[in-house]
Write a protein that binds this ligand. Structure first.
Ligand code: DQA
Length: 146
């Protein structure tokens, strides 16, 4: 059976394509998921996806990845800057994690410079747009020696 990656999208990312396109671009969440799917498939991996505007649902999905997924790509969106609970969930499952941001969070408002999630991530990619998800899957595949 193919190994699986869990791709986690936080709040408001369901609006990609129409949400502040000057910052987040024109790709939709489905476009990004398709890019993840294709990149994962090139390594013989399958991808599962979750998007939620509710912190607890994201935590439930991360917990459920223990034993089912080989790694996690997560864009926690605004929860990046607030959520010790997502940090704790990622630490608890102990899987390799790549944190992705479409925008360069370091070049924006000061509150976006701090991430609760980064200390629980193996790598952080910010500012590469949708390609950042592709790089994240590439990196997980490298960590998994694929
Ligand atoms: C984001 C950056 C966050 O600061 C913001 O709250 C988002 C998206 C990004 O992908 O650039 O919703 O994670």
């Amino acid at each position: 059976m193919a190994e699986r990656l869990l791709i986690v999208h936080g709040p408001n990312l369901n609006l990609l394509g129409t949400r502040e396109p000057e910052i987040y671009g024109s790709a939709t969440l489905e476009d990004i998921n398709e890019l993840c799917r294709r990149t994962a498939a090139s390594y013989g991996l399958e991808a599962d996806f979750v998007q939620s505007n509710h912190e607890g649902e994201l935590i439930d999905a991360i917990q459920a990845a223990a034993g089912t997924a080989a790694g996690i790509v997560i864009n926690p969106a605004a929860y990046t800057h607030t959520s010790a609970a997502i940090h704790d969930a990622l630490k608890a499952v102990g899987l390799p994690v790549v944190e992705v941001h479409l925008s360069n969070v370091h070049a924006r408002e000061p509150f976006r410079r701090h991430s609760y999630v980064s200390p629980a991530a193996n790598a952080v990619i910010a500012g590469a747009g949708p390609a950042g998800y592709q790089y994240a899957v590439d990196h997980l595949a490298a960590l998994l020696s694929l």
